[in-house]
Design a protein around this ligand. Structure first.
Ligand code: ATP
Ligand code: MG
Length: 432
């Protein structure tokens, strides 16, 4: 027996790598997107971060906050762990649990914590959300669909949503949701290519849309997006300040500092897991005979003082500024760490060159699966925060020109479309 909507409101949830949003469609077809309030700031998304602080008074021993409140607590220097881009770990079997202040959390529990908080805060503006929702998923969680990982990601999502009270969820591809929002209220049928560029993944779909038609012709995706771009800036600008590319002496050999040590710094979400003794031990050993020991010391301080997120903010700000200017300041100054550089957009575009090629290949894949040429696409819709990057838009203008390009609300189109999808599913169920 298929589930029945218990209320006449239809819930769409976009749990994103960087930002999350919830929307509700009412029976009359109107859609409301939730707002989130923190310290007087109102936003339509909740930042997908969690901050764990030790609290001996709390029953569990820890206090957990989400969104801007979590970021503020972390930047205020409160002792704790900030977890971000948790969605990226969905297909990683090795990320099954982590100990925080002596308490072991399963990975699903971490995701559930965030979803519970997302729900709680959204219900302040939207009212009770019930137990059923259409929830987004990227087209591709992991490249080459390695054994069982897609299933692992979906099972984990389902478990976490259930723990947050959403016991009946239907998955929908995120770019398909954006297309549904885009086509809303349109009578003319057109062939639409959607590109959704988020923090963790870039996803595509080709659809025939308009009137009552909502046919998915093809989908594709690549796990390359905003987090990858940040990582390129770190590798090119920040890592050399932390010793990448410099040398140290090991017995009678002059060796380059292993570049693998910088892998975690490029992937912010890993940095919170990096405060392990072994890494620090290796870094201290290298520092002792390094040609630029001060760089290794900066690296050690970064890890010890838990400055990963503060550094990430500085890098992300520079990246965002490069979407409008031809150069931007990357300023990261803390008590005893100082990294100041000017970043040029032309350099940034060179650093993300391979990523742009992979994005181009994603578009080609979507078109070839659809059996269509570029000329046969009527409209191209771009959404997601990383679609602000001029070089990403250029990948499309080069192929399709500017005439056919459209934008959908960068941070809320997916949640909006998911809510519309929930309503459409309920209507078709009611018709039997
Ligand atoms: N103006 C901008 N210029 C460049 N990048 C931006 C801009 N604004 C936001 N971003 C980037 O967009 C990303 C977040 O976009 P979005 O909220 O659509 O992602 P998400 O939905 O959380 O991720 P995903 O869909 O991959 O799970 C971040 O990497 C952020 O740095
Ligand atoms: Mg998204």
């Amino acid at each position: 027996m298929s589930a029945v909507y218990t209320s006449e409101r239809f819930v769409g949830i976009d749990f994103g790598t960087t930002n999350s949003a919830i929307a509700v469609a009412e029976t009359d077809g109107s859609v409301r997107v939730s707002t989130f309030e923190s310290g007087g700031v109102l936003t339509e998304v909740l930042r997908s971060v969690l901050f764990f602080e030790a609290d001996p008074d709390a029953r569990s021993g820890v206090i957990v906050t989400a969104g801007l409140a979590a970021i503020e607590a972390s930047l205020a220097g409160n002792e704790g762990r900030l977890l971000q881009s948790i969605k990226s770990f969905l297909p990683s079997p090795s990320m099954d649990k982590t100990a925080i202040f002596g308490r072991v959390f399963s990975y699903e529990e971490l995701v559930a914590r965030f979803l519970k908080e997302l729900r709680r805060q959204a219900e302040v503006t939207l009212g009770p959300l019930g137990r059923r929702a259409v929830v987004g998923r990227p087209v591709v969680f992991v490249k080459d669909g390695e054994d069982g990982r897609e299933e692992l990601a979906l099972t984990r999502l389902r478990t976490a949503y259930a723990a947050a009270g959403f016991t009946e969820v239907d998955f929908q591809y995120e770019p398909v949701a954006a297309a549904l929002e885009f086509a809303r209220g349109r009578d003319d049928v057109s062939t639409v290519l959607v590109g959704d560029f988020g923090g963790g993944t870039s996803d595509f779909c080709v659809m025939r849309l308009g009137g009552h038609r909502r046919e998915v012709i093809s989908t594709s995706g690549v796990p390359v997006a905003g987090d990858t771009f940040d990582g390129r800036i770190v590798r090119a600008v920040v890592a050399p300040e932390l010793g990448l590319g410099s040398y140290y002496q090991s017995f009678d050999k002059r060796l380059e500092v292993p570049s693998a040590l910088y892998w975690n710094v490029e992937r912010w979400h890993h940095l919170a897991f990096m405060r392990d003794r072994e890494t620090l031990h290796v870094l201290r050993k290298i520092e002792a005979s390094a040609e630029h020991p001060e760089r290794l010391r900066t690296f050690i301080r970064l890890i010890q003082n838990n400055l990963g997120f503060a550094l990430y903010r500085a890098v992300d700000r520079a990246k965002v500024a490069l979407s409008v200017g031809s150069e931007a300041a990357l300023d990261f100054v803390d008590d005893d760490v100082s990294i100041r550089r000017t970043v040029k957009r032309a350099d940034f575009e060179r650093w993300i060159g391979d990523d742009l090629l992979r994005i181009g290949a994603g578009i080609d894949d979507a078109l070839s699966r659809a059996g269509l040429t570029e000329a046969q696409v009527d409209e191209v819709v771009l959404t997601g925060g990383s679609s602000f990057v001029p070089a990403v838009r250029e990948v499309f203008t080069r192929r399709f020109g500017t005439e056919r390009l459209r934008r959908a609300a960068e941070f809320t189109s997916i949640a909006h479309g998911l809510a519309l999808d929930a309503r459409a599913r309920a209507v078709s169920e009611a018709r039997g």
